[in-house]
Design a binder for this molecule. Structure first.
Ligand SMILES: [Zn+2]
Length: 288
């Protein structure tokens, strides 16, 4: 990792963090100012869009699994009654859920949950990634270089207890990765724990802290990497190669195994964007 100026790194992390915040609708709440007296209070109340409240409620219900993939949402009339809002607000809420890939509207039949919550998330991420791809790819490059150094250091000098912690973290990710219904959030957590165990075994506390910081900001890209079925198992297999090289005290091989793993991660992020734009504009001459 030559020439990565800390100030540049920090600016990059800040930009991406700020952008990721916009993904979280609950953060909008910060903007609702406390209600004061008179005209001001009336304006403040008027500014809270009813459609957004309805959308948030429905989104939560879909996320928590109350409405599963393929299931119909309550009818427009039922939603108007349940939420005590206008038909226009309900329609707007449904439209925005459709825009982020949560529901599909079939004229005359109603609205249906299109996909699981992970897929809805993936769709929202596609929009975000379209705007911030360069930063994400840049962060992944830096993470790759640091992860390579960490694995090299671990293979060179990790003590037995550090090696055991890497093995334990590897086993946990590996077994979850074989489960078809593994929760995406849990997979992301265990993947971070695995890479963090290697960073801790590297013997460099600077490296460990830099990676800790970076990993906090790369949760989004990990979700993209681990969302497609079959990908967690591939990641686990790539992890095995890393662990074997570290256990065998082969630094160059450990570094190479990390490079291979991170190349696959970068490819999945860039393929993901390509896939989404291909969905928006279907190719004139599809190959498959
Ligand atoms: Zn990994």
């Amino acid at each position: 990792m030559t020439g990565v100026a800390p100030s540049h790194y920090i600016a990059l992390v800040r930009r991406v963090t700020k952008a990721e915040e916009t993904l979280d609708p609950s953060r909008d709440n910060h903007r609702h100012r406390p209600v004061s007296r008179g005209r001001d209070s009336l304006q403040t109340i008027a500014r809270v869009p009813r459609s957004q409240l309805v959308r948030d409620q429905l989104q939560k219900a879909i996320d928590s699994g109350d409405f599963g993939p393929g299931e119909a949402l309550p009818s427009e009339r039922e939603l108007v009654e349940a939420f005590q809002v206008s038909r226009v607000s309900v329609r707007e809420a449904i439209r925005s859920l459709e825009a982020i890939g949560y529901v599909e509207v079939h004229q005359g039949r109603g609205s249906f949950v299109t996909k699981g919550p992970n897929d809805g998330y993936v769709s929202a991420f596609a929009r975000w990634l379209a705007l911030h791809k360069e930063e994400v790819m840049d962060l992944l490059k830096v993470r790759g270089a640091l992860d390579e150094l960490a694995a090299e250091g671990a293979a060179q000098g990790a003590d037995e207890s550090a090696i055991k912690r890497i093995q334990g973290a590897h086993d946990a990710f590996f077994s979850l990765a074989q489960e078809p219904d593994a929760k995406l959030d849990r997979l992301v957590q265990l993947d971070i724990a695995f890479h963090q165990a290697i960073a801790e075994a590297s013997g460099s506390s600077l490296l460990m802290h830099l990676l800790q910081d970076l990993n906090q900001h790369l949760g989004e890209s990990r979700k993209i990497t681990l969302a497609p079925s079959g990908r967690p198992a591939k990641s686990a297999a790539e992890h095995t190669a890393i662990v074997q090289a570290i256990n065998g005290r082969r630094p160059a091989e450990a570094k190479q195994a990390v490079a291979t793993h991170l190349a696959a991660v970068r490819t999945s992020v860039s393929d993901f964007e390509a896939m989404k734009s291909a969905v928006a504009v279907p190719p004139a001459d599809p190959v498959h």
